[in-house]
Design a protein around this ligand. Structure first.
Ligand code: G3H
Length: 255
């Protein structure tokens, strides 16, 4: 492909950054779709960037998923971050314990020697149960931290894949699709314009906290998620994106 031959990686980073209008783009050479082990490199670059952005007193929010689990496993640090608190970006007790944000928080805070707070709330709850739970002091404390998020690191999903993975009833999957959802992040489903078209009944980070953080780091591998990321980038330009080269080309194709 002519464009690929002409463009070096750093030029590609600049081009994608400019096209999306976001703060930073960090690319791992290669294609995740062709080589799935690239997820580790993407996670590693993400972990390095994350460590460089940390400041004393930060509140760090992390989401769940396989990408974020790899991110957690890739963190390497000898420093002690006593003044930092790590929290899950939202409730997450689903079926896969490993990929839950609570587990990711626990791995990361262990490696940072930081403080942490967990959020022992299921992925989705009935209205009434939710209202009761969020009044629990321990849960309230964590939610207060989430609201003060300075640094958010999050994974991105395709709306169709996430609806299936969450085993939503087929009626709701239809509803999400019919509303044009393309992307999912922290329990919100976004359409192409970045409008929220569906939201899980869960607690955690809201759009204000998402927009107001000092550092917002999105990590994804795989061109199939490019459209989902573009949607989310529409509502917050203060994002540092870490992804693979192929995904960067796909973003340019779609814009
Ligand atoms: O919300 C997005 C998903 O958590 C992404 O999950 O990293 O396993 O694809 P994944």
């Amino acid at each position: 492909d002519i464009m690929k031959d002409l463009m070096g990686l750093s030029q590609l980073q600049d081009k994608v950054k400019e096209k999306l209008g976001i703060k930073k783009v960090i690319l791992v050479p290669g294609s995740f779709e062709k080589n799935n082990s690239l997820l580790t490199d993407v996670a590693k670059y993400g972990a390095e960037y994350f460590l460089n952005t940390l400041k004393d007193g930060d509140t760090v929010s992390l989401t769940g998923g396989s990408t974020m689990l790899e991110f957690a496993n890739c963190i390497k640090s000898d420093k002690k971050y006593n003044s930092i608190t790590v929290v899950p970006a939202r409730g997450s007790m689903g079926k896969d314990v490993q990929m839950q944000s609570n587990n990711i928080v626990s791995i990361v805070s262990n490696k940072l020697n930081s403080q942490y707070k967990l959020l022992n709330i299921p992925d989705e709850l009935g209205e009434k149960a939710m209202k009761t739970l969020i009044q629990e002091p321990e849960i309230k404390r964590t939610l207060d931290y989430i609201e003060k998020t300075n640094v958010l690191v999050f994974g991105i999903g395709r709306a169709d894949e996430m609806a299936k993975r969450r085993k939503l009833p087929s009626e709701r999957i239809k509803e999400i699709n019919s509303k044009g959802a393309v992307g999912e992040a922290f329990g919100y489903y976004f359409n192409k314009n970045g409008d929220i078209v569906y939201k899980l009944n869960t607690v955690g980070i809201d759009l204000d906290a998402f927009r107001n953080g000092r550092e917002t780091i999105a990590i994804f591998a795989g061109a199939r998620k490019a459209e989902a990321f573009i949607a989310i980038s529409k509502i917050n330009k203060n994002i540092a994106l870490v992804t693979d080269e192929e995904s960067a080309y796909r973003i340019l194709e779609l814009l």
